[in-house]
Design a protein around this ligand. Structure first.
Ligand SMILES: Cc1cc2nc3c(=O)[nH]c(=O)nc-3n(C[C@H](O)[C@H](O)[C@H](O)COP(=O)(O)O)c2cc1C
Length: 404
């Protein structure tokens, strides 16, 4: 979704300016055309050459640089931008933006653009919490600036506190979310489940599976980037929470069932990418089970069938992770659980299924139509699944009421 986008990346004179290099690099790698504007002070912290090399594009450092193609018409970058991102944003630039000052190229561009503007403040805690900065930020918020962060953490002063530049994943996730506004899932509420549930055996042990949660998280991010309101019901994973997504953390299959039932009351689609335990220990030991000479027999009972029992007026999508007879088993799941779509994958392949960044899946619909996809990144698979979900959703106007 960033491939065809033109992004102005403003870099200002704060200690976190070096992190803007990573942002420029990631946006460029994702296919965006990144035009960097640096303030005069930013150049004290990081060289324009770095951004020139990372983006492969000219970098603006002065308003009156006659050699720069952008300076000739001082608002040309503002016109071309799909979004203006300022990361890091100093207290000084926040104040200038709030006051409408245009005495250098970055502020001039923000004043002149019709594109959304996202700022990521970064500064010492006292500068950030100062009522003047807070008042300036309130003004910008009221004018629809998107403000990401700051985070709490290690600051250049050696203290730990509020004012650190937001995580780069959160900044780029927010850029994607803003650019996705008005996408084909706008006004829709998509519920996604992810990860492998954990069924406690005793206070230290549990039964679980190899699911990493990557497929579900990719689905949640892709739906967000297409304008949807997204609820992600996540079993424990090591993945960072996607920005702009409502994350509900659960542990067991039973907790996941309850969360799914609650949130699907207002859902347009439920996509169950979680690997939900089929069995759990019949009893959870109160104390840690001690090692003994004899073996241990655990008695297991079935967990509830979430996909098979959840009811409601939404598009239901299941995942079938199979190690044999993949299509046959997936078709049976589609029928038994009355799904609209089933996404089948062979978990025995080394480049597909649990833990990998790629997946090779086959999507089967109710009419038996089969879409066998090649090996793709999980994000690409997510978009292909959402293409089919979007096509199945009733037109918004024909619905009784919007769900979000
Ligand atoms: C070493 C050093 C680090 C600084 N770090 C920050 C910072 O993280 N955030 C901030 O708002 N200002 C910071 N400042 C102050 C700004 O550099 C100063 O306000 C400058 O005028 C900002 O210019 P600009 O907003 O045009 O880029 C720092 C100053 C110095 C000397």
């Amino acid at each position: 979704m960033l491939r065809s986008k033109t992004i102005v990346l403003g870099v200002t004179g704060g200690i976190a300016a070096y992190k803007a290099a990573e942002i420029a690099s990631q946006l460029t790698q994702a296919g965006a055309k990144v035009n960097v504007i640096m303030t005069e002070e930013a150049v004290q912290f990081i060289s324009a050459v770095t951004f020139r090399a990372l983006t492969g594009r000219p970098v603006v450092t002065e308003m009156f640089d006659l050699a720069s193609e952008f300076s000739i018409e001082h608002v040309s970058l503002a016109k071309a931008a799909d979004i203006v991102v300022i990361a890091p944003t100093t207290a000084n630039i926040i104040a200038k933006l709030a006051a409408g000052i245009a005495d250098e190229m970055l502020c001039c561009t923000v004043l002149a653009t019709k594109a959304p503007v996202l700022i990521a403040p970064a500064m010492e805690t006292n500068m950030y919490t100062n009522p003047i900065t807070q008042e300036n930020l309130s003004k910008l918020r009221a004018r629809d600036f998107v403000i990401v962060g700051p985070a709490t953490g290690w600051l250049a002063s050696g203290k730990v506190g509020l004012g650190r530049l937001a995580d780069i994943n959160d900044i780029i996730g927010s850029v994607r979310q803003v650019l996705g506004r008005g996408g084909d899932l706008t006004g829709r509420h998509i519920v996604v489940t992810a990860g492998g549930t954990q069924e406690p055996v005793d206070p230290v042990r549990y039964l679980s599976n190899r699911s990493s949660g990557k497929m579900g998280y990719a689905l949640a991010e892709a739906a967000r980037d297409r304008g949807a309101k997204v609820t992600l019901i996540s079993a424990p994973t090591s993945l960072p929470e996607p920005v702009g997504v409502n994350v509900i953390r659960v542990c067991t299959a039973e907790e996941m069932r309850q969360a799914v039932e609650n949130v699907t009351l207002q859902a347009d689609s439920l996509i169950m990418a979680a690997a939900v335990a089929d069995y759990r220990p019949r009893k959870r030991a109160k104390d840690k089970i001690k090692k003994g000479k004899a073996g241990l027999t655990l008695e297991l009972e079935c967990t509830s069938d979430i996909l098979g029992t959840v009811k409601g007026d939404f598009i239901k999508v299941g995942f079938a992770a199979e190690s044999s007879n993949v299509l046959e088993n997936a078709r049976a799941k589609l029928k038994q659980k009355r799904l609209d779509l089933v996404v089948a994958n062979d978990i025995t392949a080394s480049d597909s299924g649990f833990g990998t960044d790629t997946n090779r899946v086959t999507i089967i619909d109710r009419k038996g139509k089969i879409d066998s996809l090649p090996l793709l990144s999980k994000r690409e698979v997510a978009d292909r699944v959402l293409d089919q979900v979007a096509a199945l959703l009733p037109k918004p106007k024909s619905r009784r009421s919007s769900k979000c």
